[in-house]
Design a protein around this ligand. Structure first.
Ligand code: UT7
Length: 331
């Protein structure tokens, strides 16, 4: 019998520091009103070196919370996959750093880089490994510390992006339900719409190069906005058709939280009422690959995920990459 992948625990971890829109008014030429009206964001969390809120530490805290809920010991894990574009180091992977922190000695650990779709890509890798029988228990993490690559002089990005981590524990079980499907898409033609020039481990040749701040994230928001709506709507429909489901069968959509207007347009396109769409962008902003696992954890802890309910996860981000997963909740 082919094993199904079931989510048996969720967790998240946010930095302590809250940065409000009002405070951003003192940093760049912006207003609370503009940020909220154009994005739906009121505040976000920004990590601190002093508080030991590194990418690894945030990922570890989220993982420990997910493992606690799953009531399994880290040494039962045979795979750790982390979606991130802001690792603490170019190598080793964040997954290996988390492995050390939680003592998951038996796991194979590696990262995936798929922009804001990192968590859904990682979930797909784990689902496939479970289906093949090469893995029984896995940890999937989405974590970002975008504040480390934000250009705090660019009002087009610094008001949107933030830090945080979310994680799930996935277990092979013979019973039906769990992860029903993963759809993944990419289009490298448009990589320049959202990128960091040389990575955050860039070693400058001269001081002049440092002044250009080449590690900073650069985004062309407007063309991304339109593509995000189209790509997320299309892949959500593909996922529904693949599972022979209609939007009436979906109890909750947990979308990537990049912009409230994108989320509302997605809901309208796939004809699902906003009451069935989970959003927390107002308090966390866009944490890239972490938005979906953070929202999933909050929805789970708030009791929004009923047993056997169908849940649609859908993302879009740098690459470009986009993805959708349908779950039948069994936790
Ligand atoms: O995470 C996955 C990938 N990312 C996305 O999917 C993000 C997609 N894009 C977006 O969410 C939106 O495009 C933004 C929120 C980034 C921008 O909203 P927009 O409605 O597309 O605004 P815009 O870029 O067309 O800019 C409109 C105006 C411009 O001024 P002018 O040229 O009309 O005078 C901008 O300079 O708003 C100005 N502007 C701002 N004004 C105040 C841009 N940023 C700000 C700001 N405060 N922070």
């Amino acid at each position: 019998m082919i094993n199904q992948s079931h989510i048996i625990g969720t967790g998240s971890a946010m930095p302590e520091r809250i940065l409000s829109n009002k405070e951003l008014e003192g940093i760049v030429d912006t207003t609370n009103e503009w940020i909220f009206r154009r994005s739906g964001i009121r505040e976000r969390r920004i990590s601190s070196n002093a508080k030991e809120e590194s990418t690894t530490n945030l990922a570890t805290k989220a993982s420990v919370n997910a493992l606690d809920m799953a009531a399994i010991s880290p040494d039962e894990l045979d795979m750790i996959v982390v979606g991130t574009v802001t690792p603490d180091r170019q190598f080793p992977s964040t997954a290996c750093m988390v492995q050390e922190a939680i003592n998951a000695d038996k796991a194979a650990a590696f990262d995936v880089s798929a922009g804001c779709s990192g968590f859904l890509y990682a979930l797909s890798v784990v689902n496939n490994a479970i289906s093949c029988g090469t893995c029984k228990t896995a940890l999937v993490v989405g974590v970002e510390r975008l504040s480390s690559i934000i250009n705090w002089r660019d009002r087009g990005t610094c008001v949107l992006l933030a830090d945080g981590a979310g994680a799930v524990v996935v277990k092979a079980r013979p019973n039906r339900g769990g992860i029903l499907s993963n759809h993944l898409k990419s289009d490298g033609k448009f990589w320049e719409f959202l990128h960091a020039s040389d990575g955050n481990t860039y070693l400058p040749a001269t001081l002049k190069d440092v002044a250009k701040r080449p590690f900073h994230l650069k985004m062309q928001g407007n063309p991304l906005f339109k593509r995000a709506i189209n790509c997320m709507s299309e892949i959500a429909r593909d996922a529904l058709v693949h599972n022979n489901l209609s939007t009436n069968d979906i109890s909750l959509v947990v979308p990537h939280q990049a912009n409230m207007r994108i989320i509302e347009a997605l809901a309208k396109n796939i004809k699902i009422p906003m009451e069935k769409v989970y959003t927390n962008i107002h308090k966390y902003g866009n944490t890239s690959s972490a938005t979906i696992p953070i929202a999933l954890d909050e929805a789970n802890r708030e009791g929004r995920l009923m047993k056997d309910a169908h849940v649609l996860l859908v993302s879009f981000g740098a690459g470009l990459t986009w993805a959708a997963s349908i779950l039948q909740w069994t936790l």
